[in-house]
Ligand binder design. Structure first.
Ligand SMILES: Cc1ncc(COP(=O)(O)O)c(C=O)c1O
Length: 345
C-alpha cells in the first residue's frame, strides 16, 4: 500500500547522501567547541545568511527560545502574531522559562503584522507597563498557509524597530522556502533582522537540528542560554553532517516541492466540495476545508484518506493541511488527488 505522508515536511527522513555523510562525520566534543563538523555547519549557515555567527540547536523551538531569552530580560515584552508558531506551539516557553511577556497582534491573512498595529503596541515609559523589547516575525508563515513576506516588508518593520530601540527576531523555520518563492538569495530575506532561526529538519530533510544566526555578541549570549536549556550536545557532528548536505544540496530543489503543492491545489480544485484557502499554495503547503456537502466528520475524512495510504494534517473542523517535501513525487500527488475524490462517496 502507498504511504503518502503529507502531514508535514518534518516527517522527512534523511537522504542516502546524508546517511553516508553521517557515517563518515569527523566529530569532537561540541560543548568544548571542538566538533569540526558542527563548526563547519555553523560557519556555512552564518555565511549563507549573511550573519556573523551561527549556533546549532536541537530544534526550531530551542532556537526561537534561546533567541528570545537572549534579547529579553524577565518582564520585558515581545510583540508577536496571534498565529505565530512561537505563540501557539512552543509551550509558552518564553514566559514559562524566561518570564517574557507577550503582546499578540492579529496576523493578517498573509502572515504579516501591520506596522500601524506594531506602532500602537509599543509601551509607554511607564512603571505600570512591561518594557517592549522585541518584535518576532515568521517567514514563511505556517498557520497562515505557508505564505511568505518579501524582504521590503521585513526591512520596513526592522527600520521602525531599530529607530525605536527594539530588536527583531525572525522565526525563519522555512526561510529557504520563502527565499525560493521570492526568487531571492536567503541573505536578502534576513538582511535587516537581528536574529533568525531556520530549520534543517523540515523541507531541507536533515533528521535533527536548527540554526540560530546573529551577531557574534548575540550568539555568545544565546550559546550560554542553549547550555542552560540543556541543548549543549557532545559529538553532534553526526547530526551536523546531515545539516551540511541540507544546505549544500537541498535548497535548490525546494522549487520542486512548491510546484507539486501548486499541482496538488490545482487537482483538488476540481472537487466542488473542497474549498482551498485563498492564495494556496504560496510555498509547500496546501490548506483546504471540506464543505458540509461531505457528511463525514474530520476524523472520518482522515481515516478514509489513510485507508488509501494518504496522511494529511487535520488543523480544524473539516480543515486540513497538506505539505509537500522531498519524499513526495508526482505520482503521490496524483494519488492524493484521486484519494480526495473518494471522500464524497
Ligand atoms: C514556523 C515554525 N517555527 C518553529 C517550529 C519549531 O520547530 P521544531 O519542531 O524543530 O521545534 C516549527 C515546527 O513545525 C514551525 O513550523
Amino acid at each position: 500500500m502507498k504511504n503518502v505522508d503529507l502531514r508535514s515536511d518534518t516527517v522527512t527522513r534523511p537522504t542516502p547522501e546524508m546517511r553516508e555523510a553521517m557515517c563518515r562525520a569527523d566529530v569532537g566534543d561540541d560543548v568544548y567547541g571542538e566538533d569540526p563538523t558542527v563548526n563547519k555547519l555553523q560557519e556555512l549557515a552564518a555565511t549563507m545568511l549573511g550573519k556573523e555567527a551561527g549556533l546549532f540547536v536541537p530544534s526550531g523551538t530551542m532556537g526561537n527560545l534561546s533567541a528570545m531569552l537572549a534579547h529579553c530580560q524577565r518582564g520585558d515584552e515581545v510583540i508577536l502574531g496571534n498565529k505565530a508558531h512561537t505563540f501557539l506551539y512552543e509551550s509558552g516557553g518564553i514566559s514559562a522559562l524566561g518570564g517574557v511577556h507577550s503582546c499578540q497582534l492579529p496576523n493578517q491573512s498573509d502572515g504579516s503584522l501591520a506596522l500601524e498595529e506594531i506602532k500602537n503596541a509599543i509601551r509607554a515609559d511607564d512603571p505600570h507597563q512591561p518594557i517592549t523589547r522585541l518584535i518576532a516575525l515568521e517567514n514563511t508563515h505556517n498557520r497562515c498557509g505557508g505564505t511568505y513576506q518579501v524582504p521590503a516588508y521585513t526591512q520596513e518593520i526592522c527600520d521602525f524597530a531599530h529607530l525605536n530601540g527594539l530588536a527583531v527576531h525572525l522565526d525563519g523555520a522555512r526561510i529557504f522556502n520563502a527565499a525560493t518563492a521570492c526568487g531571492m538569495p536567503v541573505k536578502a530575506m534576513v538582511d535587516s533582522v537581528d536574529s533568525v532561526t531556520f530549520c534543517l529538519s523540515k523541507g531541507l530533510c536533515a533528521p535533527v537540528g536548527s540554526i540560530l544566526c546573529g551577531s557574534n555578541e548575540f550568539i555568545r549570549k544565546a550559546h550560554r542560554i542553549r547550555k542552560q536549556l540543556g541543548g549543549g550536545m557532545r559529538q553532534a557532528g553526526i547530526l551536523a553532517a546531515a545539516g551540511i548536505i541540507a544546505l549544500e544540496s537541498m535548497v535548490e530543489r525546494l522549487k520542486d516541492d512548491h510546484a507539486r503543492a501548486r499541482c496538488l491545489a490545482d487537482g483538488l480544485r476540481q472537487y466542488p466540495y473542497i474549498i482551498l484557502d485563498n492564495g494556496t499554495a504560496a510555498t509547500n503547503m496546501v490548506f483546504l476545508s471540506v464543505s458540509d456537502e461531505v457528511k463525514h466528520s474530520t476524523r472520518q475524512i482522515s481515516s478514509l484518506l489513510e485507508k488509501q495510504g494518504v496522511r494529511v494534517g487535520a488543523v480544524g473542523e473539516k480543515r486540513f493541511r497538506l505539505v509537500t517535501h522531498y519524499w513526495i513525487d508526482d505520482e503521490d500527488i496524483n494519488h492524493t488527488i484521486e484519494a480526495f475524490g473518494m471522500i464524497k462517496k
